[in-house]
Design a protein around this ligand. Sequence first.
Ligand SMILES: [Cu+2]
Length: 458
Amino acid sequence: MMSRRGFIGAAAGLVSVAALSGRVQAASIPEAHYATSAATQPPLSPSNGPEYRPVVTLNGWSLPWRMNEGVKEFHLVAEAVEREFAPGMKVHLWGYNGQSPGPTIEAVEGDKIRIFATNKLPEPTSIHWHGILLPNGMDGVAGVTQPHIPPGKTFVYEFELKTSGTFMYHTHSDEMVQMAMGLMGMIVVHPRDPEQHRVDRDFAFMLATYDVDPGTYVPKVVEMTNFNMWTFNNRVFPGIAPLVVRLNDRVRVRIANLSMTNHPIHLHGHHFVVTGTDGGWIPRSAQMPESTVDVPVGTIRAFELVANNPGDWALHCHKSHHTMNAMGHDLRTFIGVKQSPRIVEAITKLVPDYMPMGSSGMGEMASMHMPGPNNALPMMTGTGQFGPIEMGGMFTLMKIREGLARDDYKDPGPYEFPEGTVAHEVEGRPKDAPRHDGVTKTKSPKAQPSGHDQHEHH
Ligand SMILES: [Cu+2]
């Protein structure tokens, strides 16, 4: 989990480097900004151009730009990066400007933008601007609308942002490999009128999946179905930052899916309405109240809620195998098997990869400290104020608190429940309920509905 110190210290992790030198053309290419950590950066308020409320990218950051004669200029550098998925596991990915996903690009409807794309990868690449209405030659589909960008070269894209909304950028060159390696990022275009679609807090993150064998560092890139790392912005629980929200704030969450499957994202304790997609804003008359939104492959969903219910609320993918970290797919089910050392020995002779765990479910695994390979995370992990959380993958919390400052995104720690508001144990034993559905009552006089503990006396 991110500490207060980690959050503040993270801002110092942003460094600027003059990425190119020696070429005549280089003077016209803006310097590139890099992020050196996976900590959530504070929102980047606009220093010039029209006003807007910036987004907070979970475990990410927004790319600074420079203004050049009325055009916003950004510089993306595609390169090999090391991304921490959670403390204890780093993955060797390809990303942009030091991290994967790349930085969020924020601009305003009507802005003219120029994006320089430098390729520091060992193979050619290109960048596609997903969902953006632009001239065909700027669409970034290598081979179709432009040549591939060779290693070491810089291409420039230039277009006007005609509509506001949530979009993405990603590679469109050797796509199976380069997407599986993490070449992606988000684009947020704010409405020109800052009162339009206004919210108090605006979060953004991507959904991506990887196949990283426990103990290894590089994802398998020829993978279609057997992913084992389910990420929010290339982080897994317990490495995913919480969404920190002030009580009664209007909140937007923008979620972009570049994995190979859909993710039904569920928020506890609130109803929300889906207000946007990568096609723009949804008219109010078409917005449905929901508590789960399915984010299909290659799309974006933005939902909004009024955070009027204080607490620590789970926000997670509802596919239960997406809320866990890497595991052996061949793990056998031994629920109900009492596992004495002798039995474990006997089973191991028959089933060589058998692990002595899970006789009453998997939960007990979360509290066992099994030695694993280096650079591997527990399948189910995390500890809350009441015990093990037994989660991994696509799981985090929306932490709603009273009295936060407007731009305070620091993790406030566990929720302090008001006295008497937590589910708790009660004294005594429940009466046996009569069963129906074809279950006939026993004729025993002890089985009268008024009897107590009748089964104890068999
Ligand atoms: Cu999922």
